[in-house]
Write a protein that binds this ligand. Structure first.
Ligand code: AHR
Length: 638
C-alpha cells in the first residue's frame, strides 16, 4: 500500500447521484467460504517455467533440443555425441576439441532472451564433464556482456578420469547486463565431453540450489493464494498423447528428466517460439514444494487419456487406460504416501519425507464429448476406492456455455465429480453481466471451480487494462456471494515473459530482471487477502453499476464488505449493517484500487499506475460512505 488517494471527489456530482442502499445482516452468517477459495493457476505458457519461474539461466543445457545447438554458439571444433552418455534420459552431449594453435574452442549460451547479470551478484555454474585424456585440462568459464566482452575468466581444472564428473563454481559477475551470456572455453589442447551446462543465480527463492527465481516466486507468495492448479491447461493434454505432461518424467534428478517440446512452441502460428521446450526442472516435486511454501493447497491436473481435442484429439482406448489411472493413484502416493511406499520414498529422497497433504486431483483439462465422461468414470471408480479422501475435479469443457457445457454438467452430476472446472475467457461486458451467474445454479451435486478466467479487453488488444481488472472484480463479488457453490477460483494464465509470450492478458509480466504486477493481479490480491470465513446476506438497492459482497471473518471478528463501482461517477452508498448485540462495525480499514482511465496498464520499468491504497475508515451514524468512481473497494470493519 503506497499512499492515500487524494479525495478529489466532486461533491456536486455526488449529491446529484441517487443513493445506493446496501443492507448486510451480520447476525446471520451463512455458508462457509472455502479456505481454498482464491488461488493461482500455473501453466508453462509464455515462458512461465523455463525462462521464467525456474531459475535456470542456460537454454538447452542438455543439448536435447531437436536442433541440438539451438541457444548455443559453437567456436572451433565442437561435435555432438551420445555414446556412453552421462544421463540416459538426455543422452546427447557436446565434445569440444582444442588443437595446439591459439584458436579457441568452446560454446556460448544466449540464455532465454539473454542472461540477466548483475554486477557483484553470484551465480552457480555446474556441468558434467569427461576428460578421457591422460592429463588435466583447463576449462574457462565466463559471464560475458551482450556484445561478447569478457571481464573475468574463472578457470577450472578437470582431472583425467574414465567417467563423467560434475564440476561446479560460483561465479561473481563483474558486469550488469540484462542480455549477458555464458561462455565455456577449453583452454588447454585436448578433448572434453560436456553436458548439462547449468547456471543459476545463487539468490534463488528460499536459497535453494537450482531453485526458483526469487522475485517471481515472491510475487506469487504476495498473492496469498490458497490453491495452486498445475501444470495446465493444454500442456496437460499434449498435442498428441506422446507430448502430454507426464508427472513421473518430472521427478527425481533433474538431469534425468527427459525434455519435452512445449506445445506453445508452435500452437499459434503468429506467435511461434521455436526454442520453447520443457526441461521439467520445475516439475511435480517443485510444484508441491512451492505450494507448501506459499500456503496454497496443491491441485494437480492429469491427462485423462485424451490429447488436445482442438488438435489431434488422440484417444487412449478404454481398455488401455490403466497406466493413466495408475499415474493418478501413484501421484497421490507421491504426495501423501508413507516413506515406505514406492512413490513416498522418492518424495523423501528428494528432500520431503513429510506428506504434502494433497486433497484434490483434476482429471482432464478442457475435454468434451462422450469420450470424456467414459474415461473419467474409470478414474473415479479407482480413486474413490483407494482414496476416498481425495476430491476429484471434472471439466465442463472449454466454454462457459453451449452444447458441450450443457452436456457435461449433467454428466458430472451423474458421475459424482466433487467439483466441475469452468473456464471463461470473455470480454469485460460478459464479466459485468455474469456477476449473478451462480445465483440460480442448482445447489445439489458438484461444486464449481472457476479454474481459468480472465477478462479480455478486445478493444485494447487484450492488454491487462484497468477495465479488465474492474470487470473481474465485479464478477468475483458474485463468486463470493455464491461461495456455498463456488469453492475455488484461479485466474489464467499466471505469467508472461515480455519477449516470449503466446497468450495475453496474463496476471504477472516479467523480463529477465524485473517483474510487473498488473491491475488484475491487485484485484486477485484484494480478494485473496480479504476472503472472510462466512458469507453474509447482502441486499443492494438502486445499485446500477455497483457490485457487492460481504463476509464475516471469524478469526478477527471483522465484517468485510466489497464494493465495485464501475460507473465513472462517485457513488453515495448507505450501509445498513445489522450487527449482533455488543458490536457495531463502524471503523476499520479501506483498501481500494481506482483509476479514471479504463485503459490504464502497468508496465515494466515504469512507476505503477494502478495499485492498491489503504486508509482508515469511519462510518458515521447515517451509515453513508462515498465510493470512488471506477473503483474496487474492500472495507474491513471492526
Ligand atoms: O490459459 C491458456 C489456455 O487456455 C489453457 O492452456 C487452456 O486450458 C485454455 O484453453
Amino acid at each position: 500500500m503506497k499512499k492515500l488517494y487524494p479525495l478529489a471527489i466532486c461533491l456536486a456530482a455526488l449529491s446529484a447521484q441517487a443513493q445506493t442502499n446496501i443492507a448486510i445482516d451480520a447476525t446471520k452468517p451463512a455458508t462457509d467460504i472455502s479456505p481454498d477459495m482464491w488461488g493461482i493457476f500455473f501453466e508453462d505458457i509464455n515462458f512461465a517455467a523455463d525462462g521464467g519461474l525456474y531459475g535456470e539461466l542456460v537454454k538447452n543445457r542438455s543439448f536435447e533440443f531437436p536442433q541440438a545447438l539451438m541457444g548455443w554458439a559453437a567456436m572451433g571444433q565442437v561435435e555432438l555425441a551420445d555414446a556412453d552418455p552421462a544421463f540416459k534420459a538426455n543422452p546427447r552431449y557436446a565434445r569440444i576439441t582444442k588443437g595446439e594453435s591459439y584458436r579457441p574452442a568452446g560454446l556460448e549460451n544466449e540464455g532465454f532472451r539473454g542472461i540477466s547479470l548483475e554486477r557483484g551478484k553470484t551465480y552457480d555454474f555446474s556441468a558434467q564433464v569427461r576428460n578421457a585424456s591422460q592429463r588435466p585440462l583447463k576449462l574457462g568459464v565466463e559471464l560475458i556482456n551482450s556484445i561478447g566482452r569478457t571481464y573475468k575468466t574463472d578457470t577450472l581444472t578437470i582431472a583425467p578420469a574414465a567417467g563423467w564428473q560434475k564440476i561446479e563454481a560460483t561465479l561473481t559477475s563483474a558486469l550488469t547486463d540484462p542480455k549477458g551470456r555464458l561462455r565455456v572455453l577449453l583452454l588447454t589442447p585436448g578433448t572434453i565431453d560436456i553436458d548439462h551446462i547449468s547456471l543459476f543465480p545463487t539468490d534463488t527463492w528460499k536459497g535453494r540450489k537450482g531453485g526458483l527465481r526469487r522475485d517471481l516466486a515472491q510475487a506469487l507468495a504476495d498473492l496469498s493464494p490458497k490453491v495452486m492448479r498445475f501444470p495446465g491447461g493444454c500442456i496437460v493434454e499434449g498435442t498428441d498423447l506422446a507430448n502430454r505432461y507426464q508427472w513421473k518424467k518430472t521427478v527425481g534428478p533433474v538431469e534425468e528428466r527427459p525434455l519435452n517440446i512445449n506445445r506453445w512452441n508452435y500452437n499459434f502460428s503468429n506467435r511461434m517460439a521455436p526454442d520453447y521446450f520443457q526441461s521439467a526442472g520445475l516439475g511435480f516435486f517443485e510444484f508441491f514444494q512451492l505450494s507448501e511454501d506459499i500456503g496454497a493447497t496443491p491441485l494437480p491436473i492429469l491427462s485423462c487419456g485424451l490429447a488436445c481435442q482442438y488438435e489431434t484429439g488422440e484417444e487412449v482406448p478404454l481398455d488401455s487406460l490403466q497406466p493413466y489411472i495408475d499415474d493418478a493413484l501413484d501421484l497421490i502416493e507421491f504426495a501423501n504416501g508413507p516413506v515406505s511406499s514406492r512413490w513416498g520414498a522418492l518424495r523423501a529422497e528428494m528432500g520431503h519425507p513429510e506428506p504434502f497433504n494433497m486433497r484434490y486431483i483434476g482429471i482432464g483439462n478442457e475435454q468434451w464429448g462422450e469420450v470424456y465422461p467414459e474415461r473419467l468414470e474409470l478414474f473415479l471408480k479407482q480413486i474413490r476406492a483407494k482414496h476416498p479422501e481425495i476430491m476429484v475435479v471434472g471439466s465442463a469443457g472449454p466454454l462457459p456455455q453451449g452444447e458441450q457445457f450443457d452436456y457435461l454438467w449433467p454428466e458430472m452430476r451423474r458421475l459424482g465429480a466433487d467439483l466441475v472446472d469452468e473456464h471463461y475467457y470473455r470480454e469485460p461486458e460478459w464479466f459485468f453481466g455474469n456477476a449473478d451467474r451462480y445465483n440460480d445454479y442448482p445447489r445439489k451435486g458438484p461444486k464449481v471451480f472457476a479454474g481459468e478466467y480472465a477478462s479480455h479487453d478486445y478493444e485494447n488488444r487484450t492488454a491487462n487494462t484497468y477495465l479488465s481488472a474492474l470487470s473481474e472484480a465485479a464478477f468475483m463479488t458474485g463468486l463470493e456471494r455464491n461461495a456455498d457453490l463456488v469453492r475455488m477460483a484461479t485466474y489464467a494464465p499466471l505469467f508472461a515473459h515480455v519477449e516470449a509470450n503466446q497468450w495475453h492478458p496474463d496476471l504477472i509480466w516479467f523480463d529477465n530482471a524485473e517483474v510487473m504486477r498488473t491491475p488484475n493481479y491487485y484485484v486477485q490480491q484484494l480478494f485473496a487477502n480479504n476472503p472472510g470465513t462466512r458469507v453474509l446476506p447482502i441486499a443492494t438497492q438502486n445499485g446500477p453499476e455497483i457490485y457487492t459482497s460481504a463476509t464475516l471473518d471469524e478469526p478477527t471478528g471483522e465484517v468485510i464488505v466489497k464494493i465495485v463501482n464501475r460507473s465513472a461517477e462517485p457513488r453515495k452508498v448507505k450501509l445498513d449493517l445489522k450487527a449482533p448485540k455488543g458490536k457495531n462495525y463502524v471503523s476499520g480499514s479501506h483498501t481500494y484500487l481506482q483509476s479514471d482511465d479504463l485503459a490504464a496498464q502497468n508496465a515494466l520499468g515504469e512507476p505503477e499506475k494502478v495499485y492498491p491504497r489503504q486508509r482508515p475508515v469511519k462510518i458515521g451514524a447515517d451509515g453513508e460512505i462515498e465510493v470512488l468512481p471506477q473503483s474496487v473497494n474492500v472495507y474491513r470493519l471492526r
